[in-house]
Ligand binder design. Structure first.
Ligand code: MN
Length: 247
């Protein structure tokens, strides 16, 4: 097995180290990750500036680009052969509900999926400092093993969120759907030392709808959440409705 590991917290984050070390149990690991934190860049691609690669040590490459750039660079330019699996994370912070559309962690898995490679995004559901990345990485290996054994359904990649507890306190994985959140996050409005206004987004935890079957519901109950995602954003239910309109 050839496994590519990436993330959006940057190559120096604790989560990617734990994930890369644990994945070595399943095969040869190559890390291609942003040289600094790139959280919330979503699926962005660097088009208007060059990209550079820095080899930190054997099999560990930092790229001065986004997670999506890393997947592209890794697969087209750096890995000797196409990887059998791309894993992204372990993100420090949950990627649940509508928030996944901002996530660089999830976007990296999305990019691999676009390239026809099985892919999993892993996140640790906490914004506090955490010591549980090693336990979460063991869970990631078990999930990756299932993906390798069974093969993912077509057009599917996985968004996995792991509760922030020691491994023996985490409950079994639930297959979930993407939940909803109501955004009530304020934008902080202050004045800088030179008298100019500045604004800071996302200062508040959003309210999370705790609907049964959702990713939020699983995580709130200490379960691992596994959400199968696909890239078709079409609202299929709306097609017959809009087809009746007199465009
Ligand atoms: Mn992140």
């Amino acid at each position: 097995m050839n496994i590519m590991v990436t993330n959006d917290d940057g190559i120096h984050a604790a989560g990617i180290r734990a994930l890369a070390e644990a994945m070595a149990e399943l095969g040869t690991v190559t890390v291609v990750a942003p040289d600094r934190e790139r959280s919330a860049v979503g699926h962005s691609l660097t088009l208007h500036s060059p990209l550079r690669i820095f080899e930190l040590h054997a099999g560990w490459y930092a790229v001065d680009g986004t997670p999506t750039d890393c997947v592209n660079m890794g697969i087209h330019n750096m890995l000797p052969i196409k990887p059998d699996l791309v894993v992204s994370g372990i993100n420090h912070g949950a990627n649940l509900g509508d928030d996944i559309t901002y996530s660089g962690t999830v976007a990296a898995a999305m990019e691999a999926n676009l390239m026809g490679i099985p892919a999993i995004a892993f996140s640790l559901a906490t914004y506090e400092p955490s010591n549980n990345f090693t336990d979460a990485a063991q869970i990631a290996v078990q999930i990756a093993r299932q993906v390798i054994t069974n093969g993912l359904p077509s057009d599917t990649f996985l968004n996995v969120n792991i509760p922030d507890y020691p491994g023996d306190r985490i409950l079994a994985p639930l297959i979930t759907r993407q939940g909803k959140r109501s955004f009530i996050g304020k934008i902080v409005d202050k004045t800088d030392p030179r008298g100019r206004k500045y604004f800071w987004v996302g200062s508040e935890e959003p309210h999370r709808n705790d609907e049964p079957g959702s990713d939020f519901h699983a995580i709130n109950r200490r379960h691992i959440s596994i959400t199968p995602l696909h890239l078709d954003l079409t609202n299929h239910k709306s097609i017959p409705i809009l087809s009746e309109w007199a465009f």
